[in-house]
Design a protein around this ligand. Structure first.
Ligand code: CA
Length: 721
């Protein structure tokens, strides 16, 4: 496609770029190791009792019965997000009330999973700020700000407000920054122990995922497949020192440079053309699981860069290890096996979603299984000893493949799946039938509780320009005019209880919007926060809503549970976030969670909790400012529209219609005045709030964008978006 066509991509495409931003990559160059001593003035008070947290490691993280804590992203190494705690159950959940809360006035998108270690709750918020609070009172113990604005301020990077989580291992909290640093904090004091860069500064890569700590190492990947020539990789660092232990590249580089290992030589056989000039992608930005039983680490890998295989690998090929689960040796990063969910990906069918470990019985045989529900709409059960497919069935509308062949383990594609005529409507959309919103697995009901999205996408690549190359930090996928399709017969969102053995839904709860939070499972209940701000407890067996609470702001983060002082708590972050918070998607309902209007919070519930939350403002839709004195120049506005689409829409929304992640510029006075606009956009006066500085934009370009924003505001004030 031509560059011009690329710039006409719809907001939907750009949202996906932000989803990718919820991801990270590691550069191929040598990573620098920087040891720093903390200059924090003092140790803050830790938890009341102070046992030796340095002894809490893999054995404790693997212990499914350890209910006082929530030690890892998915609670334990199994990533099941199931707790055996049952004080809050079917018969008592109606007594659930707020036990404590912490207001987070400076936060925007909150999508992360907190951890609880020995009475302290740890979480990461906007701009990668890590906090420790008393898990029974919400009182702040320490806070660590990695100064993301100071590291990224002058680079054209976007979506940096989000982070999905942190990691704990032997007394340290590990977290990563949008700009690619990984750091370790003393869990008691919040003092910095070490920090490393995980990819070369200035590379168009991002980290929004949680590091994975196991066996004395911390593993991290990255995202970036939609915003430059990305080559995905993951790197493990020594948990004590931050020194690099190993790197695994997900796709092969230029054969002329030699391959890093046999796995890359094997993978290169499945690529064609000059893929390395595009990076190739595969970035592992989310799901990574350590399996202590088999002593293996599983990496979920991302889509191709660019999306369109005709550009990336023009003569076809599976393009290993895109859209796969790759099993690695945890000590060396050596390849063990892979299972590819979308061979030759050309749809953004990322396979970075949760990798959950479960022991199943299938046809009378015990299976050490991986449960996996990637974007492509099939629910996979994989034998994690061999990497072979056990079964796969669609859990949403799927039109790109009829089924997965049980013998070969490969999908059987439909004739139009690769948009051979230049355009096609394909289900699921590039947002996926399931994204990073956590699923949970309850071994007592045998069910997976799966946040599901029913959306299709329109893929168009007519007039493909094969010389097209991605530009750094500019959204580009090689597929144009991406738009979201909804069906009248299908609910856009579903909470599904999925039986992984029979491969069918046991119950479903329809939801009017697809973008809901992840789930938490307890023996009798499933907890999930929704787009509309309501936090639900459903009956684990029937799906019936047993309890709900209106938190007054869209929820995207998954809840956790723990028990301290004889009391079971359920806690979650409230702060609508992720790909949909960028701009409104036409046709989808809008709840009015506008930027800067609703208070972001951490809220903990317990039985007989009696705390009253301060009320939230009602939902609010920004009203475009009418400024009759601003004379719009239509020619300038048309030019500004293109610049806006390239640099601004990814956060401020398509057609200047913003959502929760950034201010709605139609309603802002800043673009009315050139000086004020230049100070913010070029001068970076709001870098600390997450607005990057676009230092390269000339006066004429800034002015054109102003005219586009004002023209749109006037149009929308008269006739709506
Ligand atoms: Ca992607």
């Amino acid at each position: 496609m031509t560059k011009k066509q690329h710039r006409r991509t719809s907001p939907g495409l750009r949202f996906t770029a932000v989803l990718a931003a919820l991801a990270v990559t590691i550069g191929s160059t040598l990573l620098t190791w920087v040891a720093r001593t903390s200059d924090d003035p003092e140790d803050r008070a830790g938890p009341a009792k102070a046992p030796d947290m340095s002894t809490i490691g893999d054995r404790e993280i693997a212990d499914e019965q350890r209910t006082a804590d929530w030690l890892a992203y998915g609670r334990t190494h199994s990533e099941r997000r199931f707790s055996p705690l049952n004080d809050i159950r079917r018969g008592t959940v109606n007594r659930l009330g707020v036990a404590w809360y912490l207001d987070l006035p400076d936060d925007v998108g909150l999508v992360s999973t907190p951890l609880v270690v020995d009475g302290v709750l740890y979480f990461t918020g906007t701009m990668n700020v890590v906090r420790a609070v008393n898990a029974t009172s919400g009182e702040l113990i320490w806070s660590y700000d990695p100064d993301v604005a100071g590291h990224v301020g002058t680079k054209r990077q976007v979506g940096w407000v989000h982070s999905r989580g942190i990691s704990f291992y032997r007394g340290k909290i590990f977290a990563a920054t949008w700009d690619g640093r990984l750091f370790a904090l003393d869990a008691k004091t919040g003092r910095l122990r070490w920090t490393v860069r995980t990819f070369e500064e200035g590379k168009p890569l991002y980290i929004t995922g949680a590091p994975k700590a196991f066996k004395g190492k911390v593993l991290i990947g990255n995202g970036g497949t939609e915003v430059g020539r990305a080559r995905g990789s993951v790197t493990a660092f020594d948990a004590d020192t931050g020194r690099t232990a190993w790197t695994f590249h997900i796709v092969p580089g230029n054969p002329a440079d030699g391959f890093e290992n046999e796995a890359m030589a094997m993978a290169a056989q499945t690529w064609t053309g000059r893929w390395w000039e595009h990076g190739g992608g595969g970035n592992a930005w989310h799901g990574m699981t350590y399996d202590p039983e088999l002593d293996t680490v599983y990496i979920g890998t991302g889509n191709g860069a660019p999306w369109n295989r005709r550009l990336r690998s023009p003569d076809g090929g599976d393009n290993l290890f895109l859209s796969s689960i790759v099993a690695l040796d945890p000590d060396t990063g050596g390849y063990r096996w892979h299972y590819q969910t979308s061979p030759g990906d050309t749809w953004d069918y990322t396979s970075t979603m949760d990798i959950v470990l479960a022991d199943l019985e299938v046809d009378g045989h015990p299976i050490k299984a991986i449960l996996h529900a990637p974007k492509n709409g099939f629910f996979y059960v994989i034998d994690r000893v061999t990497g072979r497919l056990v079964s796969a069935k669609p859990f949403s509308r799927v039109t790109w493949a009829t089924h997965v062949d049980p013998v070969s383990g490969r999908p059987v594609e439909t004739p139009n799946a690769r948009y051979p005529d230049g355009e096609a409507n394909i289900w699921p959309s590039a947002h996926g039938a399931h994204s990073w919103q956590a699923m949970s697995y309850n071994p007592t009901t045998g069910l997976v509780y799966l946040p599901t999205m029913n959306m299709g996408g329109r893929y168009v690549d007519t007039g493909l320009d094969t010389s097209w190359r991605a530009e750094d930090f500019v959204g580009g996928t090689g597929v144009g005019l991406f738009e979201i399709l909804l069906s009248k017969e299908l609910s856009p969102g579903l909470l599904q209880a999925w039986d992984p053995v029979r491969q069918e839904a046991v119950w479903t709860v329809p939801q009017k919007h697809p973008w809901n939070g992840g789930t938490l499972a307890t023996p009798e209940l499933v907890f999930q926060g929704r787009y509309d701000g309501t936090f639900y407890a459903h009956d684990a067996s029937t799906g019936e809503a047993r309890w709900s609470y209106d938190l007054g702001l869209g929820i995207s983060a998954p809840p956790i549970t723990y028990k301290l002082g004889g009391k079971q708590y359920v806690a979650l972050l409230v702060g609508y976030g992720g790909g949909y918070t960028v701009g409104f998607t036409p046709g989808l309902p809008n709840e009015g969670w506008a930027y800067g209007v609703h208070r972001r919070r951490l809220v903990a519930f317990a039985l007989d909790g009696e705390v009253t939350l301060p009320p939230q403002p009602p939902p609010s839709l920004p009203r475009p400012l009418v400024v009759p004195s601003f004379q719009v120049d239509p020619e300038l506005a048309a030019r500004g529209r293109r610049i806006y689409g390239t640099f601004c829409a990814i956060c401020h929304g398509g057609q200047a219609v913003a959502n929760a992640m950034a201010p709605d510029l139609r309603a802002s006075g800043v673009p009315v005045d050139f000086g004020a606009f230049a100070a913010v956009v070029r001068g970076g006066t709001r870098v600390g709030r997450g607005m990057p500085a676009f230092a390269h934009l000339a006066d004429a370009q800034l002015n054109a964008v102003r005219h586009y924003i004002r023209a749109t505001a006037h149009d929308h004030a008269e006739s709506g978006p």
